[in-house]
Design a protein around this ligand. Sequence first.
Ligand SMILES: Cc1cc2nc3c(=O)[nH]c(=O)nc-3n(C[C@H](O)[C@H](O)[C@H](O)COP(=O)(O)OP(=O)(O)OC[C@H]3O[C@@H](n4cnc5c(N)ncnc54)[C@H](O)[C@@H]3O)c2cc1C
Length: 440
Amino acid sequence: MQELPDTAGPRTVAVVGAGPSGLAAARELERAGHRVTVLEEQDTVAGKCQSVHLDGHAFDLGGHICTNRYERIARLLTELGVATERTSRYRVLDPAGRAVRQSMAFLRDGSLQRYRALREREFPRIGEPGLAHSARALAAPVARWLAEHGLRSMADSFGTGYAAAGYGHLDDDVPALYFVKYAEMTGLLDPGPELLGHPGDFTVVGGFATLWNRVAEELKDVRCGVRVTSVERRADGVRILTDSGPVEADDVVLAVAPDRILPVLDATDEERDLAARIRSNAYHTVLAAASGLPEDAFYFLAAHTTSRETSGHCVSYHHRYPDSEVRTFYSYGRPGDVTSLLREDVAALGGRLEEVHLRREWAFMPHFGSADLTDGALDRLDALQGRHRTYHLGGLPAFELVECTVAHAQDLVRRHFPPAQGTLTRQGLGPATMEEERQT
Ligand SMILES: Cc1cc2nc3c(=O)[nH]c(=O)nc-3n(C[C@H](O)[C@H](O)[C@H](O)COP(=O)(O)OP(=O)(O)OC[C@H]3O[C@@H](n4cnc5c(N)ncnc54)[C@H](O)[C@@H]3O)c2cc1C
């Protein structure tokens, strides 16, 4: 059992945002003996991991696929007794609409060995939580970086899934950092252990929101449907005004993208400057019934994942339940067009779009551009942690995947909030990683 330094009494912490990162931080803080209030503007927790019930099934609108790199999520699922199941198989629909397997030439043509050597030399910490440690080495736009390093087959093997999952097209100017982190988190670059008995990817039975509802149920004070109107930070504490009364705390954890909270934050010049540099992708989920389409898999549409020229068209869809015609469809940009373009895309594949149940737009993947990464934007964000009694979590410092945001949130709490008196060991807190557990 690891001994941690003695500390002062419990702190009071306000966590803004009840998505995976805010809930993971709140859980970690409470387990370390601190007092936490979570403030969420939506009526439900789970953020971009919402699930809805329809046609007798739970449909995930956002995050739900976990790979064998999802050790922290696996631990949470185990601790909370949440059941898991394997996910649907993946298929690429080629431009002619034929279902084919994803090319995995990268793993076999010698590129993987070259990639591993490059990783060892230039960005050895890419697998660790956070992004700042690898940002400068991978700041170049992804297409240029792949060409410079002779890794074209990496684009063929991972580019389709990357674009299909909302991270952008490889001919966008998004830094290589995000593509490489995504590729690492697929678990395909290094053989990892099976998690929770699943040889491949897995998800939560009954919808991914089940997990976040369970986390929230165990917390003492989670307030949903609360609008934060101002966050004032003073030398002696933080005062948060909301439409249902003020909240006083020693510290505030902002588990929301900095550009989203800026309008109500008494922001410093540094916070304003960083927030102004954040970009995100307009990514849409449409939950709709469709007939006559290929079934029983997660399909990536090659015709629309190769170039940003096709932005707005459907990039992927998931047919999860064989006894239901309902599918989740995903596309970028052009909100007015999403459903009409989807109707065209489904027809082009020989199908028919039937009832559209809902459409959700997300500000997906908060990130910095190449010039800002080169100038150290992520280091500057890291340097803000703890300043003005404020901490920043989420996809911007961590990368837009559930495992990444949760691991980053847990580690940040462990680093900055030692257990309160009376909670002097890690007992009950759980080791940071399974690797750490093996060592203790
Ligand atoms: C369509 C889609 C598919 C995805 N698929 C996967 C996947 O398969 N696997 C995977 O690992 N990840 C996936 N992701 C990514 C994953 O969902 C996110 O990385 C994760 O939800 C980020 O968690 P978070 O807590 O940092 O942010 P969010 O989930 O965005 O949570 C932020 C929370 O803050 C709240 N909030 C915002 N502003 C305020 C405010 N001013 N006051 C109070 N509350 C506020 C929001 O309402 C929200 O609840 C997907 C995301 C999307 C959109």
